[in-house]
Design a protein around this ligand. Structure first.
Ligand code: NAD
Ligand code: MG
Length: 340
């Protein structure tokens, strides 16, 4: 080893050593008074576990499975992980009041659980057929000591959307986080297979409902409020068999970019989450072919689909005050994208 290299290595070791011991003593200093006071920080580990994202959750192949739309998370194999046992809050949304559409399962459920653990009261909307999934979410919210409000109903009419917002505002005592997350996705091999009724169903759920719900919520949203939409990677990279759905997700992205400009001057932020393939009931109730489902997410760089729990902190980040300069943005979570 020449002197230059040896010198570089020892300098690096020194810098690294100093950094590590500084970090260790900082952690010890942080932990000591917290432990003395018996606060939550006393349980913070000295080193967070490093987990390999490729093997953190199930990988394909998955078993073939199909459910009547809209599907139940409780009947999926394996059951999706919405953070029920893993999400830990730290008061980031204390006292906030949130409405989450599609809050019974999938990304909406993960967001609802995380919001409650961060200290928010949460109202969820879902379809009557999803009552059993919704009950689990409401129980979890209430177990965290937060108010959980269940508001079933079909968001394909302006009338119900108005009622939904009015009830959420009334029962929560206000509103400052709105998550337009409910969505309809059905696979069709050809444009010729999509009836006008099916096309309308997708548009009503994915485009009209966020418009109606946001419009109804606006008078209740004070500066500091946040609106979040669940868009999709389909907005930019549409699949051949999701012709109508992909268009609605492009519309969702456009919605947040325009509305962020309109509502910024009122102190309201508007952002979107754009997931890749996520293991949710939408996929097993007509959203994907059986062939695609068996290999679901296998073509992503991480080699597996995402679990809703892996996106929960993104919804929290976009809702929380410390993300106060994020608006008009689209936050992706797509496992690195398709490998080829
Ligand atoms: P999900 O099935 O768990 O959630 C969708 C929810 O939409 C349902 O639970 C249902 O309550 C609600 N919904 C549908 N139609 C409705 C209607 N007419 N009235 C009231 N509620 C209705 O699946 P998910 O994948 O978590 O979907 C949530 C969002 O994520 C959707 O907007 C979807 O487009 C988007 N998304 C999903 C994926 C994925 O791979 N799963 C990827 C990108 C984006
Ligand atoms: Mg559901």
């Amino acid at each position: 080893m020449n002197d230059d290299r040896a010198d570089a290595i020892s300098r690096r070791q020194l810098v690294c050593g100093v950094a590590l011991s500084a970090a260790a003593s900082a952690a010890a200093t942080l932990a000591a008074p917290a432990a003395a006071q018996g606060t939550m920080a006393a349980t913070v580990p000295r080193q967070a576990a490093r987990i390999d994202p490729r093997t953190k959750h199930p990988r394909p192949p998955f078993q073939r499975q199909s459910q009547p739309w809209p599907g139940l998370a409780s009947e999926m194999v394996p059951r999706p992980d919405h953070g029920e046992t893993s999400y830990r809050g730290s008061g980031r949304l204390a006292g906030r009041k949130a409405l989450v559409t599609g809050g019974d399962s999938g990304m909406g459920r993960a967001a609802a659980i995380a919001f409650a653990r961060e200290g928010a009261d949460v109202a969820i909307n879902y379809l009557p057929a999803e009552e059993s999934d919704a009950r689990e979410v409401i129980d979890l919210i209430r177990r965290d000591g937060r108010r959980g409000v269940a508001i079933p109903g079909d968001i394909r009419t302006e009338r119900f959307c108005n009622q939904l917002v009015a009830r959420a505002v009334r029962e929560l005592g206000g509103l400052d986080i709105l998550v337009n997350n409910a969505g309809r996705q059905q696979t069709h091999a050809s444009i010729a297979d999509i009836s006008a009724d099916q096309f309308d169903w997708t548009m009503k759920t994915n485009i009209y409902a966020p418009f109606w719900i946001t419009k109804a919520a606006l008078p209740s949203l004070a500066p500091g409020s946040a609106i979040i939409l669940t868009a999709s990677e389909q907005a930019e990279d549409p699949s051949a068999d999701l012709f109508d759905y992909a268009q609605t997700k492009a519309a969702n992205v456009n919605f947040v970019k325009s509305l962020a400009k309109q509502l910024g001057p009122r102190g309201i932020r508007v952002n979107a989450v754009a997931p890749g393939p996520i293991w949710t009931p939408l996929q097993v109730s007509g959203g994907a072919t059986q062939e695609k489902l068996v290999q679901f997410g296998g073509d992503s760089a991480l080699g597996r689909p995402g679990q809703p729990a892996e996106l929960a902190s993104i919804y929290v980040q976009l809702a929380a005050d410390d993300g106060s300069y994020a608006s008009g943005a689209v936050y992706g979570a797509r496992g690195g994208g398709k490998r080829s």
